[in-house]
Write a protein that binds this ligand. Structure first.
Ligand code: ATP
Length: 353
């Protein structure tokens, strides 16, 4: 469980400190105060670029531009991630340099942010990224399989672009890609199966969404890649493989694809999925970040959400503009108010509302 979080020179925060216990944390304050920046800092306690996919440079407080640091403590570990100007992000775990992927073994960070509202209607890339984030939460080693696949694919793409015709060069790379792809497919399938299982029979106010992989790619990727070399050379890149799959969600009760659902229904499906993801990870240290979710729900659904997060086997940290959004959470929650003063976010704990 996350116990302490410190943001140093991170976006609008000069030095902000939050502590956590088992209660859901509700962060409130006006637009632009720096609430989402706190969630973003927590999201960087997992591998990747966090919930805004920002570069290390963008995260640096603009006024000082001295680099940024996030420190966090769980019951068992100290984690630190930081970047100096012009440098990439670094990770320390218990004081020792570690690769980013090691973060995924300490905390499983899940999130739902307003940018995901269009997940089902925009391009497949966002859905693939979402699929891999879900998968990573169940199988931290998924990051290594994806990195291995991408490395081999980049090399193959270079050969294709350079119009290298010696077929022997391709063979070894395609073998490596096929091996990593099999692992990626198995990890993704496991993640979807566990989410489905967590939705079946759960008593929840949010509608079940059944996820399925679309365009899963050929059974024998090595053979398909060997066969597709001429086509891929014309395109200058690899056109088949796990980097091309798509993810579909079906509103189970209505048997309608999420892309055809109303805006409110799509939001409800995403809430349902993030809650199922957290339930399926029971026993692991899970943090769920909900950015501006409460504001889009009517009072009844908001109360239902709070009831669910209070029994979720995960820590929940959420944001919203007004304290009144949390009326039905009451003393079950822990509250932080964020305000901006002369360009700096100030974070203060408030007693139960
Ligand atoms: N690198 C940076 N340096 C300094 N300030 C930054 C940086 N990046 C973002 N900000 C500031 O952070 C603020 C936005 O913070 P954040 O997105 O956390 O707001 P919020 O409280 O979630 O607001 P809303 O309710 O509108 O979503 C803006 O005022 C923005 O100018």
């Amino acid at each position: 469980m996350l116990r302490e979080l410190t943001l140093l020179q991170f976006r609008s925060h000069r030095r902000s400190h939050l502590t956590f216990d088992g209660r859901p944390v509700a962060i409130y304050g006006p637009n632009g105060a720096g609430k989402t920046n706190i969630l973003e800092a927590i999201s960087l306690l997992s591998p990747g670029r966090g919930l805004r996919r920002a570069s290390a440079e963008e995260l640096m407080r603009r006024a000082e531009a001295v680099g940024w640091k996030i420190r966090a403590e769980t019951e068992l570990h100290e984690m630190e991630t930081s970047a100096l100007p012009g440098a990439s992000r670094e990770v320390l775990i218990d004081g020792k340099a570690a690769p980013q992927v090691a973060l995924g073994r300490i905390l499983r960070v899940l999130w739902l942010v307003p940018a995901m509202d269009r997940l089902w209607i925009e391009g497949a890339e966002g859905r693939r990224r979402y699929l891999d984030r879900i998968t990573l939460s169940f199988v931290p080693a998924h990051a290594e399989a994806v990195l291995a696949y991408e490395k081999a694919m980049r090399e193959r793409n270079r050969l294709l672009k350079d119009q290298v015709s010696d077929q022997r060069w391709y063979h070894a790379l395609e073998g490596q890609m096929a091996e990593a792809a099999a692992q990626i497919a198995a990890n993704r399938a496991e993640a979807l199966a566990r989410i489905t299982a967590a939705q079946d029979g759960a008593s929840t106010a949010f509608p079940a969404a059944h996820l399925a992989i679309v365009n899963g790619g050929p059974e024998d990727l090595a053979a398909a890649l060997a066969e597709g070399r001429r086509r891929d050379m014309a395109a200058g890149r690899t056109l088949e493989g796990p980097h091309r799959v798509d993810l579909e969600a079906i509103y189970a009760e209505k048997d309608v694809p999420a892309a055809l659902c109303s805006t409110g229904e799509q939001k409800a499906l995403l809430i349902s999925l993030v809650l199922a993801n957290a339930r399926a990870l029971a026993g692991e240290p899970v943090v769920v970040l909900l950015d501006e979710v409460a504001a889009h729900l009517d009072a009844g659904r908001r109360a239902a959400l709070y009831d669910e997060i209070c029994t979720l086997p995960a820590q929940v940290v959420m944001t919203g503009t007004g304290a009144e959004l949390y009326d039905s959470l009451g003393p079950r929650g822990r509250y932080y108010e964020v305000v901006e003063h002369e360009g700096v976010s100030q974070v203060n704990e408030r007693s139960a509302l």
